[in-house]
Ligand binder design. Structure first.
Ligand SMILES: [Zn+2]
Length: 396
């Protein structure tokens, strides 16, 4: 049987033609789609790379802030309030915390991997995360700078404290040199300096020099002993003496501050007057000697200073009104307790601190220390001895 091959040939040609057309369509449509997918995937990969770099930068910035915070709290622990000109700086440092939480990031897997539009949507989300992370880096860096700046200001403040604190005069040469060296190191510490170490070394050097000074001064006579000054505050107590020649009346600032306090008290109907002001070494010698003769030394020592140890010889101290414990309960005594610090005075021997100051409560005995220190002492409830970390006890 003769077969007409053309009858079969035509459909075959048709099928081939369809296949070729389909192939052309595949090449024309699918290949460009593939290229689009590849481009979208590449954009996503780049975005993820940037996002991961930003996330790493956040970790670095957090670590830097944590380190700055550790340094700051180390400084707060070492210096205490006494060495810082502005105690608010310490409060700010103590309040530093580093937020542990970070913005969440998306897993970089598109919802529909074959779809360029879906990949682009994920890319946009990743780019948004990068922006958030970069903001976080900037804010952590700003916090870090603020904390580091506060730490630097604490060190500057300790340095100023040192400049205001002469080398304890009777400290032996090696202790004096160590103090000067430690003080100089605080002047301009390098960027990578161990601030806590420097400040710790300074305080140790001062404490050592002060203790050596105190021991050496014990063997000196009253005329040879030199005054002890800590951050501008002249110290006269049972441990630290002032020279027998020291003092010549109340200082002008003490008199001016008393006049202001007296005037304000008078405007409230309160009568304040100085019943005992400056006392020379010689007059203190006579007063103390009289108490010893009548009461015995142990009793006399609870309320009267030995010559050279009296605050009355500093010119910064006076006794008010009646020199009796009852004064503390009078309107004048209560007002003085609550207001004297505004004029730069403290009730030097407060109740409950007898073992620290070495004296009974003396509501009448005021000491001028200036408004900032007086305010700080009243606010903290600390005595001069506690504030400066010193003792008040006779060594003889
Ligand atoms: Zn007194």
């Amino acid at each position: 049987m003769q077969v007409d091959r053309r009858r079969f040939l035509f459909p075959i040609v048709g099928i081939v033609a369809v296949l070729v057309a389909a192939a052309i369509v595949v090449v024309a449509v699918v290949v460009p789609q593939r290229a689009e997918l590849d481009a979208a995937t590449a954009r996503l990969a780049a975005a993820v790379g940037e996002r991961d770099a930003a996330a790493a930068a956040v970790e670095e910035a957090r670590a830097a802030l944590l380190a700055a915070g550790d340094e700051a709290s180390g400084l707060v622990a070492v210096v205490g309030r006494g060495a810082v000109a502005d105690p608010a700086t310490l409060d700010a440092l103590a309040a530093v915390t580093v937020d542990a939480g970070e913005p969440p990031v998306t897993a970089a897997v598109p919802a529909s991997p074959g779809d360029a539009a879906a990949i682009d949507a994920v890319t946009a989300r990743v780019e948004g995360e990068t922006a958030v992370l970069e903001d976080r880096v900037a804010s952590l860096a700003a916090d870090r700078d603020a904390v580091a700046g506060a730490s630097r200001s604490v060190v500057a403040s300790v340095h100023a404290w040192g400049l205001n604190t002469p080398t304890p005069p009777h400290a032996p040469a090696d202790a004096a040199a160590a103090y000067t060296t430690a003080l100089d190191a605080l002047a301009e510490p390098a960027d990578d300096a161990d601030l806590v170490g420097l400040v710790t070394a300074f305080r140790t050097a001062f404490t050592t020099a002060l203790a050596a000074h105190e021991v050496a001064s014990r063997s000196l006579d009253a005329a040879s002993v030199q005054p002890t000054i800590i951050n501008g505050t002249l110290i006269a107590n049972k441990t630290f003496r002032i020279p027998s020649s020291y003092g010549a009346g109340l200082t002008p600032e003490t008199e001016a501050a008393f006049a202001a306090m007296q005037a304000e008290a008078a405007s409230l109907g309160l009568d304040l007057y100085i019943s005992s002001g400056f006392r020379s070494f010689a007059s203190q010698e006579a007063i103390y000697g009289n108490y010893v003769a009548t009461q015995g030394q142990a009793e006399a020592d609870t309320h009267s200073a030995r010559p050279g140890h009296s605050e009355h010889q500093t010119g910064l101290t006076f006794d008010l009104n009646s020199i009796t414990e009852a004064f503390g309960s009078t309107p004048e005594g209560i007002w003085v307790r609550d207001n004297a610090h505004r004029f730069g005075f403290i009730v030097r021997y407060p109740p409950g601190k007898e073992a620290i100051t070495g004296y009974i409560w003396e509501p009448w005995h005021l000491r001028f220390v200036g408004v900032p220190l007086a305010t700080e002492l009243v606010t903290t409830g600390l005595t001069v001895e506690e504030y400066f970390g010193i003792t008040s006890a006779y060594s003889y």
